[in-house]
Design a protein around this ligand. Structure first.
Ligand code: NAP
Length: 306
């Protein structure tokens, strides 16, 4: 197979180098991103998206915006879709809204935000603010943030879904102490999506929450896939095991992400991504082979043994 210059550029590969060094890895990088279906509709999403907590939260100058603009531009060019943000992430919703409008890429993206408020009026006011900041007439997914006033906010979200302003509704958490209440809410409510913390060294969600999501037909978005960078610290100074090549893994980021997205209940993961270098690396986890069940056990033993 020969790749066009455009395909090489889309893969984030320098043309000069790749013409002389065609390899299975480069070919895998140019392949389209692996997709999963949202259970409630069958709509497909690429398995790796972008999270905007922290690095998009305090962006005020053009110098701070420029690298994020390039991340979003290349994300779209490469076939990326899912961007996760929240009203509580400082400037993040505004930065995403401005850059997406500037780049004119809204139509090809799946924008997910959250609702974290107490009381119906406060929830509605926050939602209106998200629409303004994101500069869009329709938000793809709004999830109740960390189970704040869940029943009230879900009621509003369903009304807005009915009115066509929100496409999917869900709930999020990233705290283990909330998992029991999260599970109860999943059992009691019809939800399109859940978002939960899950990482190679934080596997509690796979005991009850992920199987329940599969049973209930809920899409699953994974937050904190690197444990906020904790996993990179755990493997500092170590080389990737040679067997990582068996599932087309070329970096630690891909090792951690491929573990997550190979769970059959997972729809996508949203690693915090604010640098083009990270974007290219992270999207590589949505290409090539994924670990099978036996390989996943091996990855767990590896990380547990550090
Ligand atoms: N309750 C909730 O709803 C909830 C809670 C938490 C998070 N979230 C969502 O989940 C997303 C992910 O969480 P997070 O961003 O806090 O943590 P994360 O994705 O686990 O980790 C982000 C960290 O990984 C580093 N990184 C990213 N790609 C890398 C790569 N290829 N190589 C090396 N390092 C890399 C970043 O480095 P730098 O520091 O250099 O940028 C950043 O420090 C958030 O952005 C947010 O959208 C939701």
């Amino acid at each position: 197979m020969r790749m066009s210059r455009r395909e090489l550029l889309e893969a984030g590969i320098g043309v000069g180098a790749s013409i002389f060094l065609p390899s299975a890895r480069l070919l895998a990088q140019a392949a389209s991103l692996i997709q999963r279906k949202i259970p409630s509709t069958g709509e497909s999403l690429p398995i790796i998206g972008i999270g905007t907590a922290r690095r998009y939260e305090a962006v005020t100058t053009e110098a701070e915006r420029a690298p994020l603009r390039e991340v979003l531009r290349q994300f779209k060019e490469t076939g990326g879709k899912v961007i996760d943000t929240a009203p509580s992430y400082g400037t993040a919703e505004m930065v995403v809204g401005d850059l997406v409008a500037e780049l004119n890429i809204r139509e090809s993206l799946f924008i997910a935000t959250k609702l974290g408020a107490h009381g119906r009026d406060a929830g509605i006011a926050q939602l209106e603010q998200s629409f303004k900041r994101l500069r869009t007439p329709k938000i793809d997914l709004v999830a109740v943030h960390n189970l704040q006033d869940t029943q009230t906010q879900l009621r509003t979200l369903r009304e807005w879904k009915q009115a066509g302003r929100v496409r999917y509704v869900g709930i999020t958490t990233s705290f283990e102490r909330q998992h029991p209440e999260f599970e109860q809410t999943m059992k009691a409510e019809a939800l399109d999506f859940i978002q939960v913390d899950y990482a190679l060294d934080n596997r509690k969600a796979d005991q009850r929450i992920l199987p329940l999501a599969a049973d209930r037909g809920m899409g699953v978005m994974i937050n904190l896939p690197f444990g906020r960078g904790r996993l990179f610290t755990a493997v500092q100074g170590r080389s990737l095991p040679i067997w990582a090549g068996e599932f087309d893994c070329a970096s630690w980021a891909q090792f951690f992400l491929k573990y997550i997205v190979s769970h059959p209940a997972v729809t996508c993961a949203v690693p915090g991504t604010a640098k083009v270098e990270y974007l290219v690396d992270n999207l590589g986890a949505a290409r090539g082979r994924l670990p099978d069940a036996a390989m996943r056990r091996r990855m767990e033993s590896f990380i547990d043994g550090l």
